[in-house]
Design a protein around this ligand. Structure first.
Ligand code: PLP
Length: 401
């Protein structure tokens, strides 16, 4: 008998499963709103012009393909940290930020949670928002952390359950690890306001909790890299010793290049060196060292004042196109007298929108209209464009009537 005769079949990935159904559909009208990757106004994947320029620069430099150090390309991690924290941020100026390159945001989260499981002095449990990005849960579990949740989403208002969130974070035992989405919360598209972040910082401080920020969408949410970094920078200013995961998948469109970083604010330089030594010990048996190409691209863009300025315009372009689609979708739903309140489509931010559509309505959209989304009613706004937004709104309108 085969060695794998007893291996049970696992469930399909809930997001990638949507894409499979979409691919099997032969209708020319079909729309895929499942996957979280940006699409241009024609529904096509988008390679940023600055990325194309950086590729040319890197190609012409005829660099070798030697291994990177375990923690990655030093010029990249330095620039990534500056982008997130700001050049004048105290942990950077005082040389007390430990950082390693990672296999995009997922790898950053995996290394961060593995480090917590090994060294966090408090309970080895992590509080995730309910709901959260589906992959957070297995990432934390595979690293050996227990998963707990705090309230985040209010079904009635299709908005933030701020009171519930505060109450749950307050009720968590002192010194708990709290995962926060830095901006563009996935899957809801609902973020705390700046005033609410300030309150959260107070609570986290009072309870001596440990904040772990996942920032997968800096710049992609509002179009402004500073605005999107508000929560992270505010928490750092307030003296929190945080952990930060970064990804360049969305804001530079480098999905398949797998470029990210995970960083630890440390007490001083000496502590940073110890943390850094342990990061190497975690990374080495996982994958030895990270891939070089994407890090070179990011580093080329962020280090050139010209390319950097062009990139800021490109990120804003992506964010603005999504914001425009939100307006258009909202306006069309209202014009069609679609039952319900749809204001949240416009107030939500980032790649996703939580529509409030029910699982049966999602199924009906797939069967009757060839429109595919996850059964939680989440749509990727990036999948909408001028050619399909009206058709999508009409289909939603029919599905809820
Ligand atoms: N964190 C959140 C909240 C995300 O939505 C994503 C991607 O969808 C990621 C992290 C990580 O993505 P990647 O590993 O492609 O950088």
């Amino acid at each position: 008998v085969s060695a794998w005769a007893k291996v049970p079949a696992g469930p399909p990935d809930p997001i990638l499963g949507v894409t499979e159904k979409f691919k099997a559909d032969k209708s020319p009208k079909k729309i895929n709103l499942g996957v979280g990757a940006y699409r241009d106004g024609n529904g096509k994947p988008y390679v940023l012009p600055t990325v194309l320029k950086a590729e040319e620069i890197v190609f012409n430099a005829k660099l070798d393909k030697e291994y990177l150090p375990i923690t990655g390309l030093a010029s990249f991690t330095k620039l990534a940290a500056e982008l997130a924290y700001g050049k004048d941020s105290k942990p950077l100026v005082e040389d007390r930020l430990a950082i390693t390159q990672s296999i995009s945001g997922t790898g950053a989260l995996r290394i961060g949670t593995a480090f917590l499981a090994r060294f966090y002095p408090g309970a080895k449990a992590i509080y995730l928002p309910a709901p959260t990005w589906g992959n957070h849960i297995p990432i934390a579990k595979d690293s050996g952390l227990e998963v707990k949740q705090y309230k985040y989403f209010n079904k009635e208002t299709v908005g933030l359950d701020f009171e519930g969130m505060k109450a749950d974070i307050k009720a968590a035992p002192e010194g708990s690890i709290i995962m926060l989405h830095a901006c563009a919360h996935n899957p809801t598209g609902i973020d705390p306001t700046e005033a609410q972040w300030k309150e959260l910082s107070e609570i986290v401080k009072e309870k001596k909790h440990f904040p772990f920020f996942d920032m997968a969408y800096q710049g992609f949410a509002s179009g402004d890299i500073l605005k999107d970094a508000f929560a992270v920078r505010y928490f750092v200013e307030q003296g929190h010793q945080l952990l930060l995961s970064q990804s360049f998948a969305k804001n530079m469109g480098l999905y398949g290049e797998r470029v990210g970083a995970v960083s630890f604010v440390c007490a001083d330089k000496e502590e940073k060196a110890r943390v850094d030594s342990q990061l190497k010990i975690i990374v080495r048996p996982l994958y030895s060292n990270p891939p070089v190409h994407g890090a070179r691209l990011v580093s080329t863009i962020l280090s050139s004042p010209e390319l950097y300025d062009e990139w800021l315009v490109e990120v804003k372009g992506m964010a603005d196109r999504i914001i425009a689609m939100r307006s258009k979708l909202y306006d069309t739903l209202v014009r069609l007298d679609t039952p319900g309140e749809w204001g949240h489509i416009k107030s939500q931010i980032g790649m996703f929108s939580y529509t409030g559509l029910k699982p049966e309505q999602v199924d009906a959209l797939a069967e009757k209209a060839h429109v595919y989304l996850t059964r939680d009613g989440r749509i990727s706004m990036a999948g909408l464009n001028d050619s399909n937004v009206e058709y999508f709104a009409e289909s939603v309108s029919k599905a809820v009537k």
